[in-house]
Ligand binder design. Structure first.
Ligand code: ZN
Length: 174
């Protein structure tokens, strides 16, 4: 397994629409293994392939509490079958928007179909935190970041801050 570089906003690649995976083969499983390792190392609880620069419809998640055994989940070509009308609000962050957090409303339940790590067609009825995480990651597949739901002013401020941080980082050339 290899750690991959996580792309951060602003970056045009994060705005790309990801493409369907035709077949879950060893290459795709390798990518999923790398994504999981990269996510754990960050650390984070969810990662979409586009965040490591691969425009494929793949998500990895692990929302198990820190003191409990790992519980990785893999979603290939996830599709929303239905969503609830009720929303819930969570404070969201994103590995591609480092250090920034905001309260975001999303449907509190969603019914998703997807293909798992072994290439099997599956469904999940998600609710609560996992429903929010899946929807956040599925947004990545459409090139959407959580800051897109904020007011233009707030979003602009965050993107400016991140651009500045990036420049400062790039300046450290040893
Ligand atoms: Zn994210």
């Amino acid at each position: 397994m290899t750690l991959r570089k996580i792309l951060t906003e602003p970056n045009e690649i994060l705005r790309e629409k990801s493409l369907r995976v035709e077949q879950v083969d060893d290459e795709i499983r390798n990518l999923m293994d790398d994504m999981l390792e990269t996510m754990y190392a960050a650390p984070g609880i969810g990662l979409a392939a586009i965040q490591v620069g691969v425009a494929k419809r793949i998500i990895v998640l692990d929302i198990a509490p820190k003191d409990e055994p790992k519980k990785p989940m893999f979603f290939v070509n996830p599709k929303i079958i239905s969503k609830s009308d009720n929303n819930s609000t969570y404070e969201e962050g994103c590995l591609s928007v480092p250090g920034q957090f905001a309260e975001i409303d999303r449907p509190d339940k969603c019914h998703i179909s997807y293909i798992d790590y072994d290439g099997q067609q599956k469904e999940i009825k998600a609710e609560g935190m996992i429903a929010t995480c899946i929807q956040h990651e599925m947004d990545h597949l459409e090139g959407i970041l959580f800051i897109d739901y904020l007011s233009k002013l707030k979003k602009t401020m965050i993107v400016k801050k991140l651009s500045k941080q990036k420049k400062e980082l790039e300046r450290i050339v040893v």
